[in-house]
Design a protein around this ligand. Structure first.
Ligand code: ATP
Ligand code: MG
Length: 332
C-alpha cells in the first residue's frame, strides 16, 4: 500500500518542524510518497495568492496532508484546506508529559471539535451604523456526523483512558442557546444512545472552571466549533507549551495534520523550534491511515525524548530541531 502525502510547510518554523516530522515518518517501512506544495505568506508575496489552486487540489486528492504553519494569511490558507480534505472534526489532544513543566501535570484530555459550522460558518452582517449581527449555523447532519465519530473514537479505545467505557462529555450552552446548542446536544446524546456509548455533559462555562481545577475528571470532550477552539486552548495552557500540541482535521477519506502552534516569528530560521507538535501530528497521520501501532511507537519515542532529552529552548534545553528529531528516530 502506498500513500500520497501532501506536504505544506508554509511559513516560519513550519519550514523547520515539518521536515523533522518527515524524518520520523521516513523511519517506518511504510510507502509514503511526499509531494510538496506552497501556501502562506511567502507564496502570497511571490504570486499574490496565499493558496495556489495546485496546493488546494493536491491536498484534496492526497491520502493525507501534513501542514506546518502560515503567518498573516493563516485564515486564507487553513480554512479552505480543511474544506479541501472534507474535514468535519478537529481532534486536539492535550496531554502533559513527564519532564515538561505543566500547570496541571495530570492533564490528559482529547477535544473533538465540530469543524464546519457554528459561529465560524455563520455570516456576519452590518445592519446599521449601530448594529451588527451574526447568524449561527447548526445542523442535525453535522452534529450526528461528529457524534458518530466521537462514538467510534471512544469505542476504539482512543480516548485518554483507552477504555471504551469512558464515554464522552458534551460541553455546550444549551440552557441559553436552546435552539442551536439544543439541537447539537440532542443529536450527540441520541447517537450515543443508539451506539451504546456513555455520554455526559457540562455547561461550557462551568467546564472552563472545572477543567483547570481538576482535569482528571475529563477524557474525551465534544464541543461546538467556537467552544472547542477556546476550551482546547485552555487545556493547552495546562500542559506546558505550544511546541507540544498536535492536531488533526479529519474527514471521511482524507485528513490534514498540523501542529497547534503558528509560525513563531521570534525563533523562525534559527533551527531551534521544538518539533514535538509536528511529530505528534505525524503520529496522528499514521493512525488515521490505519498504522495505529506505528503511531503509538512515535508517541512512546517522543515521550522518552521529552523525559530524557535532548530538549529545545522552549523546554529549557539547547538542542536543535534536528537533534530532537534525530533522538526520536533513534528511539524508533
Ligand atoms: P502566528 O501569528 O503564526 O500564530 P505567533 O507570534 O502567534 O505566530 P506562535 O507560533 O503562535 O507565534 O507562538 C507563540 C509563542 O510560542 C512564540 O513565542 C513562539 O516562539 C513559541 N512557540 C510556538 N511554537 C513553538 C515551537 N514549536 N517551538 C518553540 N517555541 C514555540
Ligand atoms: Mg499564534
Amino acid at each position: 500500500m502506498s500513500y500520497e502525502i501532501a506536504v505544506i510547510e508554509g511559513d516560519g518554523i513550519g519550514r523547520e518542524v515539518v521536515p523533522a516530522a518527515i524524518d520520523v515518518l521516513d523511519a517506518f517501512d511504510v510507502d509514503f510518497e511526499f509531494v510538496e506544495a506552497e501556501a502562506g505568506d511567502a507564496v502570497q508575496e511571490a504570486t499574490g495568492d496565499p493558496l495556489p489552486d495546485e496546493t488546494y487540489d493536491l491536498a484534496a486528492e492526497a491520502d493525507a496532508t501534513l501542514f506546518g504553519a502560515a503567518g498573516e494569511t493563516a485564515a486564507d490558507v487553513i480554512l479552505p484546506l480543511r474544506e479541501a480534505v472534507g474535514s468535519f472534526v478537529n481532534v486536539r489532544p492535550a496531554k502533559a508529559y513527564p519532564g515538561v513543566d505543566a500547570v496541571r501535570p495530570e492533564t490528559d484530555v482529547v477535544f473533538l471539535r465540530e469543524n464546519t459550522e457554528g459561529v465560524y460558518a455563520g455570516h456576519e452582517d452590518r445592519l446599521s451604523e449601530d448594529l451588527s449581527t451574526l447568524t449561527r449555523v447548526v445542523t442535525s447532519s453535522a452534529s450526528r456526523e461528529l457524534a458518530e465519530y466521537a462514538c467510534e473514537f471512544v469505542a476504539d479505545g482512543r480516548g485518554p483512558a483507552g477504555d471504551p467505557d469512558e464515554g464522552f462529555t458534551v460541553a455546550h450552552k444549551a440552557n441559553v442557546m436552546r435552539e442551536t446548542d439544543g439541537r447539537f446536544r440532542e443529536e450527540l446524546f441520541a447517537v450515543a444512545e443508539e451506539r451504546g456509548v456513555d455520554a455526559d455533559e457540562e455547561l461550557m462555562d462551568a467546564f472552563a472552571t472545572k477543567l483547570p481545577l481538576d482535569p482528571t475528571q475529563y477524557g474525551v470532550v465534544v464541543c461546538p466549533n467556537l467552544a472547542g477552539d477556546v476550551l482546547s486552548d485552555l487545556a493547552a495552557g495546562l500542559v506546558g507549551g505550544l511546541g507540544l500540541l498536535p492536531s488533526a482535521n479529519v474527514g471521511h477519506d482524507n485528513g490534514l495534520f498540523e501542529p497547534v502552534h503558528g509560525t513563531a516569528p521570534d525563533i523562525a530560521g534559527e533551527g531551534v523550534a521544538n518539533p514535538t507538535a509536528a511529530i505528534l501530528s505525524a503520529a496522528m497521520l499514521l493512525e488515521f491511515l490505519g498504522h495505529v501501532e506505528e503511531g503509538q511507537r512515535v508517541r512512546d519515542a517522543v515521550e522518552g525524548v521529552l523525559s530524557d532529552g535532548p530538549r529545545t529552548g522552549d523546554l529549557g534545553g539547547d538542542a536543535t530541531t534536528e537533534a530532537v528529531a534525530a533522538a526520536v528516530v533513534d528511539r524508533l
